[in-house]
Design a protein around this ligand. Structure first.
Ligand code: PMP
Length: 351
């Protein structure tokens, strides 16, 4: 028996029956939305980074130290919960275009929430820069009590290590060491890097594939080695925002967590918003699985990968968070399920 931390990790690996039946591959998904603090894989990351900071003396439990982070939501929710359990305060900076449910939840958990306008990473008000400068300000201020700690999930190696030590080995064990491919999206890149590092060192032939939403530069990074599509015109190359309704994955800069594992990523699959919306509905209609946008992207990419590999392969992906966190935005667009003719898988995957 343990404290709240014991609800983190050891999530089930489930078979997505409908997609397995249709593709002839075994499509398995790690139910990361069942992590018991913040309901996403970010529980693992938040705990890993906080515990590392405690070991280094940067945070002291029950001291009321302030933890600062820039996040699109999931990491903030995990941090806010873990901070409560450990006696810290959380100050979360998030872009204002993310689903309202996430900032409402953060407030209920007692975090300070600052919603900043979506901005380029070179802008001081970018959510990550804002969190970093608040932490620096806190540390250098004689008036503020305790320490200020910047979590830095995009660059911290405690992020990918949480997946190298947890998610990766769990998948390997749950598959009895037998799987052909792992496919997942990347926000910070911690999940794909950590899982890829573990799986490739134990199963050198496993294929690692990035699932990338429309508008993200990572697809191009894997395909062409640069963050923009060299076939695009110059003027379209420097978008700072990922032009997609998908939250949590897709990014237009190179983070340390993604770069650390980039050489292990064999291929990338592009998923449009339309495909993600239709896949989210498919998963509820056929399997009763109600998930958010990044999980839908992952499942769409898993099916496209199954078509490439052919029947008889085992493909693992991630169900990141629940659809409950996306009711006002992604699911408002996906619509209600039932009553209409069910889509064929071929229609789901039309761009
Ligand atoms: N899905 C959701 C809902 C997320 O919030 C995130 C992280 N931003 C991811 C997937 C991607 O995980 P990672 O940061 O490890 O690449």
């Amino acid at each position: 028996m343990g404290g709240l931390e014991s609800c983190i990790g050891n999530t089930p690996l489930i078979r997505i029956n409908s997609l397995s039946k249709e593709t002839g591959c075994e499509i398995l998904a790690k139910a990361e939305f069942l992590n018991g603090c913040g309901g996403s894989p970010k529980d693992r990351v938040a705990l890993s980074i906080i515990e590392k900071a405690e070991k280094e003396g940067l945070l002291v439990p029950d001291s009321g130290d302030m933890v600062y982070e820039g996040t699109v939501g999931s990491t903030g929710i995990s941090l806010a919960t873990i901070c409560r359990a450990k006696g810290y305060k959380a100050h979360i900076c998030m872009p204002s275009d993310q689903a309202q449910e996430k900032s409402d939840l953060l407030l209920k958990l007692g975090a300070i929430v600052e919603r900043v306008p979506p901005a380029s990473i070179i802008d001081p008000m970018h959510f990550v820069n804002r969190a970093r400068s608040l932490a620096t300000e806190h540390t250098s201020s004689s008036e503020k009590p305790g320490r200020g700690f910047f979590v830095d999930q995009f660059e911290s190696d405690a992020n990918w290590r949480a997946h190298f030590e947890g998610t990766g080995p769990e998948i390997f064990e749950q598959c009895g060491g037998l799987l052909d491919a792992f496919v997942a999206g990347a926000g910070t890149g911690g999940t794909i890097t950590g899982v890829a590092k573990f799986l490739k060192s134990n199963l050198p032939k496993v294929k690692i594939v990035l699932a990338d939403p429309q508008g993200s530069g990572l697809f191009n990074r894997i395909k062409y080695g640069v963050m923009f599509d060299p076939r695009e015109k110059e003027g379209t190359r420097r978008r700072h925002q990922v032009d997609s309704i998908v939250e949590g994955i897709g990014i237009n800069r190179v983070t340390a967590n993604f770069e650390t594992g980039r050489h292990l990523v064999d291929d990338a699959i592009r998923v449009t918003d339309e495909m993600a919306l239709r896949m989210a509905r498919w998963l509820v209609e056929r399997d009763g699985i109600f998930v958010g946008s990044s999980s839908a992207v992952n499942c769409a990419a898993a099916v496209l990968l199954a078509e490439q590999l052919g029947p008889g392969h085992r493909i693992v992906t991630i169900l990141c968070d629940s659809g409950q966190r996306h009711l006002s935005k992604f699911w408002a667009m996906a619509g209600n399920v039932g009553g209409e003719t069910m889509l064929s898988l071929q229609t789901v995957l039309e761009p």
